[in-house]
Design a protein around this ligand. Structure first.
Ligand code: ADP
Ligand code: MG
Length: 708
């Protein structure tokens, strides 16, 4: 027997164990579905619906999915599966039109005999199989229509919810406990949003929506339910998005009203910079630069996200923004996610800034001793207008004289918190966040929803799509032949491995070993070198410099080259064990080539039979070079938490909404939330107090909080 639930003023927080019919054992199973409270149970939105409104006549029931018949038991007992001598439990059911049989391979004889008695009226539902001219069910769902005490649970004529299940939890059980929970606690679920507000957006009452999704009325459109596009679904999705966006809108409106630094546009500096570039900026680069510099001119802190596909030229845009701060006597910082990338940015910037006479500083955790002290001193005195480094730059002992702009080249690795730490270094510096590969629009509006967004949507002129091919181990020789042809043209090659040392279980080719093999094959005609994360920094630098200088023809590497490495003469990217990499990673890796007007190639060597998901990923890579499309697919495959790498503070869990699917509703919720904050920037009006209260409870602990 269940104990009585503890008294509480928040009945919806009652542990699920106290719902009638649950108890400790079932509660454990529910916990596997992340259901701990009554409220969790209510928000367990059915995965799909079964239509039991249509009862087929037995003679005419077609073979196929999810058919329902109703009839009387003609016989029930053990039978032998024809020919094989295997025992089954067989129940024959008839209606006026004919007979059909149902078979169970796994059964408890005593139990089955007790259950199925001749003459009883039953409902059978499941997939109908055609078999030797006859039709049958295997392991159908059964309902005894004339004996169940619980008439409410009868399914004939209804639309039934099917819940996400876990082992040992049956569809009928789930339906029953949700019904019980609803009967005892349903009245405590209060509508969150005012009705007048909901109506404005074509939505329904959230409370009624939840009821409807669990217990659909029999006149409802099942297809809409199954595609999660019913008004009830839309309402709950909107409700989730709305409060997230309201928080973001509030945060953003506060930021906008903070005092920042105005950096008047310096056309002199921009002209000088463009003159040093070996190319002209693309129209898209110019457009985003205008957006960024427009922000910088204003006396409020900039908070902007710069998106662009791999190779679209985000780096020069960032540098040009830095120069606007520098021209006004401020310092600018560029932070990269890895040492190799920081080093490369430093290299690029020093070269580009030399003609302008602007010194550039460098700091990572491996800058030590005297060099480190010297850096601290110069940076603190403002002698370094531009500083490049890794997250070492946000450690407490780094000081700036006048920090004006922070650029974060992010690769999803710097969370919101680090962004804040940097904030503390300057008065309120302008912040520009760059993504390494595009992120789906829904994520841009949620995880980065408090930022303004600029998108570079074209590649520099003359770039050719990277020819991407998938090969198996047997075609390795062919791959080597192709590599040799490119090498003979004077081009360079990356070969990337997922691991640096052999793992115990998996027979992965490791980079060190393969580097030796490639040496055997390609040297002395061509040079092969190895780069991996555990090399000491000076050695890494030396290898990268040699590669850039075309002294190394083939660079074998672990995925350290994934982010940002720029060597336009490289035209081939070979990825070993490509099935082990995620989509964004593969797209990043591929982005290391195709950075010039030469035709480039990406060779995915993979055991693609390993998993359905890997196969799916690899075929998307072969099909498309469009980072925006790949990002959408990646989000759909992996979900938002995984997509962003480490789960960021600020990355919410949604109960009903789905970021890969619900962009339309998200946009609506965002518009609604931002409009509300525009009218009432601090939510002080009496009619908005209800919003404020819910906002507080929804954002609790999950996001870096807006102080209201
Ligand atoms: P990403 O956006 O991936 O960071 P990069 O900034 O590294 O791309 O730029 C990729 C390459 O394209 C670099 O070699 C860069 O010098 C070059 N590049 C950038 N802008 C242009 C342009 N407008 N025309 C030609 N090449 C460009
Ligand atoms: Mg880059």
């Amino acid at each position: 027997m269940n104990k009585l639930p503890p008294k509480s003023d928040t009945p919806l927080a009652t542990p699920v164990q106290f719902v009638k019919g649950v108890g400790p054992a079932l509660a454990k199973k529910l916990a596997k579905l992340n259901i701990f409270t009554v409220e969790d149970l209510f928000y367990l939105i059915p995965a799909r619906y079964i239509d039991r409104r249509k009862i087929d006549s037995i003679a005419e029931v077609p073979a196929g999915k999810e058919r329902t018949v109703v009839g009387f038991i003609a016989s029930a007992g053990v039978a032998f599966l024809s020919g094989k001598g295997k025992q089954v439990f067989e129940v024959v059911v008839h209606d006026k039109s004919g007979k059909i049989s149902a078979k169970w391979f796994h059964f408890n004889l005593t139990f089955m005999r007790r259950q199925f008695q001749v003459g009883q009226k039953v409902l059978l539902a499941g997939d109908v199989m055609a078999f030797r001219g006859g039709k049958q069910f295997f392991h159908p769902e059964v309902e005894f229509l004339d004996k169940g005490p619980d008439q409410k649970m009868e399914s004939a004529g209804k639309i039934l919810a099917v819940y996400p299940l876990t082992e040992g939890l049956y569809p009928k059980t789930m339906r029953k406990i949700i019904r019980n929970a609803w009967d005892s606690f349903g009245t405590f679920l209060r509508p969150s949003l005012p009705l007048s507000f909901l109506e404005k957006y074509g939505l329904a009452d959230p409370w009624e929506s939840i009821a409807l999704l669990h217990f659909p009325a029999s006149d409802i459109d099942v297809d809409l339910l199954n595609s999660r596009r019913s008004q009830a679904h839309r309402t709950l999705i909107f409700d989730e998005f709305f409060f997230l966006e309201l928080g973001l809108a509030l945060k953003k409106s506060k930021m906008v009203r903070e005092l920042g630094v105005a950096f008047p546009f310096s056309s002199g500096m921009e002209q000088k910079f463009c003159a040093t570039l070996p190319f002209e900026l693309t129209a898209s680069q110019k457009k985003v630069l205008a957006e960024i510099k427009g922000d910088m001119e204003k006396p409020y802190p900039m908070n902007r996200l710069l998106q662009g596909d791999v190779g679209s030229g985000k780096t020069v845009v960032a540098l040009s923004a830095c120069l606007q701060a520098i021209a006004n006597g401020y310092q600018a910082v560029i932070m990269a996610p890895t040492e190799i990338l920081a080093e490369q940015h430093f290299h690029t910037f020093s070269t580009l800034l030399k003609p302008l006479g602007i010194p550039c500083g460098f700091l990572t955790s491996s800058v030590k001793g005297k060099d480190r002290e010297k850096f601290f001193k110069l940076c603190g005195e403002g002698e370094l207008p531009l500083v490049v480094g890794t997250h070492a730059l946000i450690q407490d002992d780094v000081t700036f004289r006048k920090l004006g702009l922070v650029v974060i080249d992010e690769q999803h690795r710097f969370g919101v918190l680090q962004r804040q730490a940097l904030h503390k270094k300057g008065v309120t510096p302008d912040v520009l966040v760059m993504t390494a590969t595009p992120i789906p629009r829904t994520l841009a509006l949620t995880a980065y929803g408090d930022l303004d967004i600029s998108v570079i949507d074209e590649l520099p002129k003359g770039r050719k799509p990277i020819a991407t091919r998938l090969y198996g181990e047997k075609q390795r020789e062919k791959v080597y032949d192709g590599m040799r042809m490119e090498l003979k043209k004077g081009h360079q090659i990356f070969v990337v491995y997922p691991l640096i040392e052999e793992s115990e279980k998996l027979d992965l080719k490791n980079a060190t070993e393969m580097s030796e093999e490639l040496k055997q094959i390609f040297e002395p005609e061509f040079t092969v070198s190895l780069l991996h994360g555990r090399l000491p920094v000076p050695q890494k630098e030396a290898v990268m410099n040699d590669f850039r200088a075309n002294k190394i023809n083939i660079l074998t590497a672990t995925s350290v080259v994934e982010v940002g490495v720029d060597c336009p003469n490289a035209t081939v990217m070979v990825v070993e064990h490509a099935e082990r990499f995620g989509l964004s990673q593969l797209h990043q890796l591929r982005g290391r080539v195709g950075r010039s007007t030469h035709q480039s190639y990406c060779i995915l060597l993979a055991d693609y039979r390993q998993s359905e998901e890997a196969k799916q990923r690899l075929s998307i890579m072969v099909e498309s070079c469009d980072g925006f499309r790949i990002a959408e697919e990646d989000l759909a495959i992996r979900g938002p938490g995984e997509f962003l790498g480490t789960r960021q503070a600020g990355q919410p869990d949604f109960k009903v909404a789905n970021l890969a699917r619900d962009l339309d509703i998200l946009s609506l919720a965002r518009t609604a939330a931002f409009a509300l904050i525009e009218q009432d920037p601090d939510l002080t009006r009496p009619e908005h107090q209800a919003f404020k209260k819910i906002l507080r409870s929804r954002w609790k602990g999950k996001l870096e909080l807006v102080q209201i």
